[in-house]
Design a protein around this ligand. Structure first.
Ligand code: ZN
Length: 254
């Protein structure tokens, strides 16, 4: 478990630096707004999220998976094989994301992520701590229900971290049309951050791109094109970069 934390942190920091460098070298689109302020707010949120999870939850998902396996208390009655468990977790997170867009109380939390008026690799870190804690509880429920093995949790969490950093990045990726058959690409996920509501409510996938195609939420390209499309939410047109305002956003009327 100690090794797991070191591996996760190394992958996270390594990819954050790599994608930030590629955004500088081969950017996909011109970035509007104040980049240092945005990035500082997004980085602050990921630090607060990590602390909130540590304080509010008694154990990590990995330790809970070991406990469920040891005690043989999975409600399904057996452990799901690792590969199937990873795909199952990805399907669960797709529907979780979709539900967070539809149920008003959950949207209040998730709109913090969408209130960024630009999208780059730092946007992948921009989540309200309550949304992160709820996501963890959903993962705990999946572990208890389906007996998700600890190896699947470790692989999935590293994978999700890596793909989220990648698909939010502002990098010019070659062969997008082929790549997006296997993985959610930045061009595909950028549609999800459009101010146009029909586009915000599309392309919910994080890892594999198939769920959007299967469940009818796939939009191939933004109406306005990648260079001209507006990012964010119409009610937060200037983007929100104050950490305090971001933390209070779900509890405000707007
Ligand atoms: Zn979303």
């Amino acid at each position: 478990m100690e090794n797991e934390n070191i591996i996760r942190l190394s992958v996270f920091l390594g990819l954050l630096i790599l994608f930030s460098a590629l955004e500088f070298l081969i950017p996909r689109r011109v970035m509007p707004g104040s980049k240092p302020k945005r990035v500082a707010a997004n980085l602050s949120l990921v630090v607060i999220d990590s602390i909130a999870v540590k304080i509010l939850l008694p154990m990590t998902a990995g330790i809970f998976a070991v406990y469920v396996a040891d005690q043989e208390i999975a409600l399904l009655g057996f452990q799901t094989p690792v590969l199937i468990a990873i795909i199952l977790l990805d399907l669960i997170i797709y529907w979780q994301h979709r539900i967070f867009h539809v149920v008003p109380a959950f949207w209040r939390l998730h709109k913090v992520h969408h209130s960024d008026n630009a999208i780059d690799t730092s946007t992948a870190l921009r989540f309200h701590p309550v949304e992160i804690v709820l996501s963890m509880l959903i993962k705990f429920a999946a572990i208890l229900l389906f007996g998700i093995p600890v190896m699947a949790i470790v692989i999935f969490e590293i994978l999700l971290n890596a793909t989220a950093l990648f698909n939010h990045s502002n990098i010019k990726v070659p062969f997008d049309n082929i790549l997006r058959l296997f993985i959610v690409t930045p061009d595909m996920h950028r549609v999800h951050h459009s101010v146009i509501v029909g586009e915000t409510n599309s392309n919910y996938g994080f890892n594999v791109p198939w769920w959007d195609r299967i469940f009818g939420s796939y939009v191939a390209q933004p109406q306005q094109g990648h260079q001209n499309m507006k990012i964010g939410l119409s009610q937060y047109e200037g983007g929100e970069t104050s950490l305090l305002k971001l933390l209070l956003m779900p509890f405000k009327a707007k």
